[in-house]
Ligand binder design. Structure first.
Ligand code: ARG
Length: 577
């Protein structure tokens, strides 16, 4: 199944070729003047050399296209644009195809790859900040988009379970005399900031924590047992909170999983002549002659002898060579969905990995993103000035969702449990859509009132539109109205069919550019186009049975594609509201 843009592109390419011109000129795009045409080709303008007149080329190409039965009109406009308008018949066929397709018109990649997505990256005991929140939301969407396009995808949380914070906690738990078996999340959340604060002022405490970190990493058994407890308590709580946000991982590996590989990797780097001593530390120089800015070396072993964040990431790459089944088939790509502020870190790690031959060139990619800011323009903090806890954020958003539903008179007939479930879905949709509707590189301001509005480009608006279609379809089935072949006649039906057709290109763009916002844009456009169609074209009150049947098929196709798009963003739609 092919979208109309590509079908027409092939026809126009053939016409250019028949004129003795390069067929690449035949690429078509959506029309700049949707009132006049559906698609357009600008190829004649590109083809024109000094002598040839682009308008003449366009006229000759257009002449060849006129016989195409799928085209209602082919016109040359301005200096040589070729405007293409499809017949109602061709559009109806395509819309019918999409309606019957379980993939809603979205194609699979031709050569599936094995892709690992490293995202969220929460840490034991340390509270999450907005960087983690955005990484979770964007990473989940990228994972779903890649998987849905047919790649084999593994999402890994890359749990921060191995740094200095472990030593801090070990010492703090010892000092307070807490029984490890009774240790709770609340203990960790209280102890970590206390210990981190104390280590800043108290050098004796800091040194003990450093020594504890080293002893843990060297395998001291009682510390290991305590550490396992920290990891377990933290992970259980985090997994629950992520799940509430519709974020779930296939693998929950930690930085600690790289540890067993560390000694061998250091040996290997040394043997390859890449590891060099530098002021007591050991580093890999990754700068290149043509660098436009200074790229500092990757510190592998610190002057105190402990493995650094960069070394952990490097060893993790080796570990990840083996995660895909069947064994021996290495992954093709690792996408690191991490805050843009870590761009330099990843540049160093990737360069070192390529130098050491741990990954094929170009197979490691940092997918950075901007920050979610407060109204003060700084990374978002709670009113108390603390970093946000995921749990509190979801609670706050759900409170607001309940309030909004009541205000809008929605959900009144739902049972209390269904109302709660709907409020939760509205809350998650609001948070995620607000994030994913911006290009990921852009920073945005956290504004719950705006995110939660049922009007405008918001998650709640899209949920509301899909619920409206669901209720329309329920009424249709109660009345015994059935869907039937698509037969487009009205302009609003044409617009809807063209929008449905654009889904495949949207997916390709989202995939190629690692840009979920293109899907958010499409979902919004689809909902709006449907709204106009619904206003202009009566469905249940349609005069003729055939037109009712056709419009019901269009409504079903819209709902399926809208829900699929939302699902790729990690957003679930309720049945009723
Ligand atoms: N735990 C890290 C942090 O909180 C993020 C991890 C990102 N992923 C990675 N492979 N380094 O900053």
């Amino acid at each position: 199944m092919t979208d109309l843009k590509r079908i027409l592109g092939e026809a126009v390419s053939a016409a250019f070729a028949a004129e003795g011109l390069p067929s690449e000129l035949g690429r078509v795009g959506p029309s700049d003047r949707p009132d006049l045409a559906d698609f357009q080709s600008n190829g004649a303008l590109a083809a024109a050399k000094a002598k040839a007149n682009p308008r003449e080329i366009a006229i000759r190409v257009a002449e060849r296209l006129k016989a195409d039965p799928r085209l209602a009109s082919v016109e040359v406009a301005g200096p040589g644009f070729i405007n293409l308008k499809l017949t109602d018949q061709a559009l109806s066929e395509r819309a019918g195809e999409i309606a019957a397709d379980p993939r809603s018109g979205g194609e699979l990649v031709t050569a599936p790859r094995r892709v690992l997505v490293d995202y969220a990256g929460p840490n034991v005991a340390k509270p999450m900040h907005v960087g983690h929140l955005r990484a979770s939301i964007i990473g989940e969407a990228i994972k779903r988009i890649y998987r849905w396009r047919g790649d084999k995808v593994i999402g890994d949380a890359h749990f921060g379970d191995w740094g200095f914070q472990m030593g801090l906690l070990i010492v703090a738990v010892g000092d307070e005399g807490i029984d490890p078996a009774a240790l709770t999340l609340e203990d960790l959340e209280r102890l970590y900031p206390q210990a981190a604060g104390k280590a800043k002022a108290d050098t004796e405490f800091r040194d003990r924590a450093r020594r504890a970190t080293a002893a843990l990493q060297n395998g001291r058994e009682d510390y290991r047992a305590l550490w396992r407890r920290f990891v377990e308590v933290s992970r259980t709580a985090l997994q629950r909170e992520f799940h509430a946000l519709g974020v779930d991982f296939d693998l929950w590996k930690g930085e600690s999983d790289a540890d067993p590989l560390m000694a061998r990797m250091i040996e290997d780097l040394r043997a390859k002549g890449l590891l060099v001593p530098d002021q007591g530390a050991e580093i890999v120089r990754v700068a290149r002659d043509d660098d436009k800015r200074e790229v500092p070396p990757l510190i592998v072993v610190s002057s105190e002898g402990s493995a650094m964040y960069g070394a952990t990431d490097l060893a993790t790459i080796i570990d990840r060579n083996a995660v895909f089944e069947p064994a021996g088939q290495p992954r093709d790509l690792i996408l690191y969905v991490v805050d843009q502020r870590q761009a330099d870190h990843f540049e160093q790690v990737f360069r070192a990995a390529y130098l050491a031959d741990y990954a094929p060139a170009g197979s490691l990619e940092h997918i950075g993103f901007g920050t979610m800011n407060g109204v003060d323009g700084k990374p978002f903090k709670t009113r108390e000035g603390g970093v946000l806890k995921l749990h509190d954020l979801i609670t706050m958003a759900t409170d607001k969702a309940r309030e909004r539903l009541h205000e809008a008179g929605l959900g009144a007939e739902l049972s209390p449990e269904d109302f709660e479930a709907t409020a939760h879905k509205v809350a998650v949709a609001a948070l995620k859509f607000a994030d994913l509707s911006n290009f990921r590189g852009t920073s945005y301001v956290f504004d719950l009132d705006r995110f939660m509005s049922f009007e405008g480009k918001t998650g709640p608006y899209l949920l509301y539109q899909s619920v409206r279609i669901k209720s329309l379809l329920r009424r249709a089935s109660e009345q015994g109205a059935t869907a039937g072949p698509v037969a487009i006649t009205e302009p609003a039906e044409r617009d809807l069919a063209l929008t449905l057709d654009a889904f495949d290109q949207t997916l390709i763009d989202a995939y190629d550019k690692r840009a979920p916002h293109t899907i958010a844009e499409h979902a919004y456009r689809l909902a709006q186009t449907f709204s106009k169609f619904y206003a202009a074209c009566p469905i249940l009150q349609a005069g003729a049975e055939a037109s009712r049947a056709s419009r019901l098929t269009l409504a079903q196709a819209t709902l399926a594609q809208l829900e699929q798009a939302m699902n790729l963003l990690g957003i679930e739609t309720p049945e009723r509201m």
